[in-house]
Structure formats: structure tokens, C-alpha cells
Design a binder for this molecule. Sequence first.
Ligand code: GLU
Length: 414
Amino acid sequence: MLTESHFYFNKAADVLGLSKKIREILLTPLRSIKAELTIESETGELLHYIGYRVQHNNARGPMKGGLRFHPSVDEDHATALANLMTWKTAVVDVPFGGAKGGINCDPNSMSEKDLYMLTRRFVEQMKDVIGPTTDIPAPDVNTNARIMGWIMDEYSKYEGFSPAIVTGKPIHLFGSEGREEATGRGVMYVLAEALKEKSWRFPDMLVAVQGFGNVGSNAARLIAEQGAKIVAVADHTGGISNSNGLDIPALIQWVKEHGGVKGFPEGEAFNGLDIITWDVDVLIPAALEDAINQENVDGIKAKIIVEGANGPTSPEANEILTEKGVLIIPDILANAGGVTVSYFEWAQNIQQFRWDLDRVNKELSKVMHKAYKAVRQVASDKNIDMRTAAFVLAIQRVGAAALARVSIKSEIPF
Ligand code: GLU
């Protein structure tokens, strides 16, 4: 994962002609924290986990990024994802740097009480290095508003009332309207831009969605509301398809009750792995890394791929798809709606002033459309693909901010 995130960075760094030294400076995280987290389980057993927070870059503002609770979390993983956050916040031009972290636990196999204790222990260990003006966590894979609420409460025990320490909080605890669906809504907005470019229309589109968590389910719902047909959805329990278009609100309800798409009565079951090569116009990978890889890339039929997840396309697959002319809207643009509304939430917390949903959605729409157009502009100016263009734009913005802070002359054309 680490080498992969560097691969895309280096492609853009080649376009900008950056030296080895500058690349190293821009890639190296500012700080990496690893904490032992031991709790006494409800059963009396001692449970031991490791918590990570990697703070990558703060040239453009306090560092920002999610917390992932997943067995695959380790320092390399968090470093790669923290890197992506630096470029993501720069692409949408919100005043933050990048960070990421998490705990190597599987929350699905833990009791609520143990998860609660573990989250508090994590904050206890990290409280000196995070803060509303230094590093602001948020939800990511397997974390949600409820967990963010616990984080705010634990942090406030030490530092006093601090809603701006974390975003993605429950609405009743200083969260923002529209934050929960923001990543999915951003996916819909960038897809709308891509369709406009091609003179295609939502009602003519067949769409497949991999992953039906927060990002996948909201993206599917909002894209279906625009008139497109979501003909296949897959998650960790399996796949479900319907050539007339799945009833997404009903599927969301089913998943709430049954924990996954498997068994949904209004569709046909299929092996979830086949979702990537489904015969559709638009594919939305919104699960984990490397979903699109050397094994399945040749079977891909979609003409547009919108990366709801972080890092869902392996570099090898990316090169093949780009060569074939598939339009990939890269993660650091496509899924940046979440961190954008996190910025709105943080701003509301600092000002102690609430926005209504209409304002949040309008501002989000402005940010996403502007970012898409900025990336498209770089792509056509330099004759490069959208991912490389997004990295070029981000590196330029981060580089310019870093240089403006110091008194050195640069060899770099920022
Ligand atoms: N975890 C989300 C992401 O990868 C959101 C981060 C945030 O809101 O800070 O973009």
C-alpha cells in the first residue's frame, strides 16, 4: 500500500520535475505515533491492541483524517492513507493537512462495551498529539458518529469542552447536518461532472457499486435519485443484482436489519467478487484497497470508475485502464466530500454556529464542482490523466504553502 501511494505521487512529481530530495521531504510524515492499548474485557480477559496515528503534513493547516478500526491497520497502512489525506485536502482546497490512524481491531467481533473502552484508551494515549488546531480525527472504515462522540467526550475530560477535536460527530453532539452522506454525495457530484463532459445522462447509466457501507450506500442512493439504474451491489456478504435497477432505499433497510446485502429478496444473488467486471457504464469501488487489480482488470467493462474508497485501484491496473481510455475519477478527488463537510463541521464548532442542510449541500456542491474543474484543467493543460493531474495540483498547492512559510529559494516551479 505504501509503495502504491508513492507510485502515483512519483508520476506527478515526474511531471513537475521534482528532485529526489524534495520528493523525500514531501513524502516523509511529520510524526508517527504508535500506542499500546490494553483493556480488560467484559469477560475479564486482557485484550491487547495497537493504535496508530500518522501525521503526514501540516503546511496547509491542521492535519486531518479518519480513524480506521480494522485488523489490517499498521504503520505502513496508516502512513499511505495519511499521505493521501494531504493530497486530498489540497485538491478540494480545504485548509487542512493530512493524517490517518486507527486500531488493529475487528469491531464486528467485539462487544460494544469493549469497543467503548478501547476508543477511550486510544484517546488517552493520543491526547497530547491531537487537538482542534493540530490534528482532527474523523470516521473511516468501521468507525462512525457514535465512536466520534466518545472521542470528543474523552478528549474534553482532559482539555475542557472541545467539539472541534473530532468531526463526523452525532448531530446532537455538535456534528454537522449532511456529514454522514457527504462522501457519497461528493461521489454523485463528480460523476455528474464527468457525465456532462461526455454528454451522457444519469437516466441512461447502468451502475455497479462495490461496498455498501456509508460511502457505497449513500452514493448508490443519491445516484439512483438522479435516475441512474444501480444494477449490482456487492459487500462482504455477497452480491445482489437486478437488471431493472435495485430498490436502493429498500436495500439500505435490508442491510440495516440483516448486516449485509445477502438474501435481499428483490434481486438475484451472485459471487460478490464479480462486481468489478459487471457489464455497466459506471463502476464505483467503495470498499477497501486494491479491489481493481491485475487479476480482474482485463474484464472491466465500465467506461467511468469513481473511486469511493481510498486506493481501490492497484498501480498496474491503473496503467492498463488509463491506456484503454477508461475515465478514472481518483480517490483524492472523488471521495473528498467527506473531509469537505468535516471542514464545515469544524468551522461550525469553532464559531459555535450551525448551518442548515441546504447550506451544507450547496457549499459541498460548489467545492466538488470547482475541484473537478481544476483537476480537469490541469489534465488537459498537461495532457495527463485525472489522477496524475489531481496529484500535480495537490503537490503544487502543498509545495507553495510550505515554501511561503520559510525563507528559502526553491528550485521547484510551484
Ligand atoms: N476518512 C475520510 C477520508 O478518507 C474522512 C476524513 C475526514 O473527514 O477527516 O477522507
